[in-house]
Design a protein around this ligand. Structure first.
Ligand code: BTN
Length: 187
């Protein structure tokens, strides 16, 4: 890879981390029934995965989470610190790390990464929504007295909003890809 291409992709990775941080300024919406808020940051994760590809996407998300782990106030509502990574919402964040790899593995499996928007939307629902909410639910049930069935059922509350975020993500990334060569374009 040429030096300028690498610089270009690293710049995109840095900008994506900035986007994730900005989305974290928005406070989460608490639900009461479950100790997990509705956030917008997971849409940033989907955008990072779809635009940056498995390597740069994972790097952006990992670095972002590492900075939050160190205590920088980058998670929704300006939270940060190691304690959050053993708390009830940690499973979702572990899931975030897998989104770029699973997303692009499914895209490759489907043999079509750019032409069919509906296919890409379906893949984003699997990798960016069901995978994350599934891992988050399992972790939550381990973290609380809530049984797995209860945790999975209560997580259904996130599905409509998360599917909407996946749809917006696909619309946004498909417009941007036409104008800019992203690190994930060549996957
Ligand atoms: C945190 O900031 O502690 C992580 C919050 C995780 C919230 C999850 S992400 C998937 C699901 N959709 C939402 O809107 N909220 C949960």
């Amino acid at each position: 890879m040429s030096h300028s291409k690498l610089t270009h992709y690293l710049t995109q990775t840095a900008l994506m981390i900035a986007l994730l941080i900005v989305l974290g300024f928005l406070p989460g919406i608490p639900l009461g029934v479950i100790p997990v808020p509705i956030v917008l940051q997971n849409m940033g994760i989907m955008i990072a995965a779809a635009l940056l590809g498995p390597r740069y996407g994972t790097a952006a998300i990992a670095l972002f989470l590492f900075l939050a782990f160190l205590g920088l106030p980058f998670l929704s509502g300006g939270r940060g610190g190691a304690a959050i990574f053993v708390g009830p919402t940690a499973g979702y964040m572990f899931g975030w790390l897998l989104v770029p790899v699973v997303y692009w593995a499914l895209m490759k499996l489907a043999g079509n990464h750019a032409t069919n928007g509906w296919l890409e939307f379906a893949i984003m629902i699997v990798a960016g929504v069901l995978l994350v909410d599934g891992i988050g639910s399992v972790w939550l049930s381990m973290q609380s007295p809530m049984p797995l069935a209860g945790s999975l059922t209560s997580n259904l509350v996130f599905i409509p909003g998360d599917i909407l975020k996946a749809a917006l993500t696909i619309i946004i990334v498909r417009v941007l890809r036409k104008r800019i060569a992203f690190a994930g374009n060549g996957q």
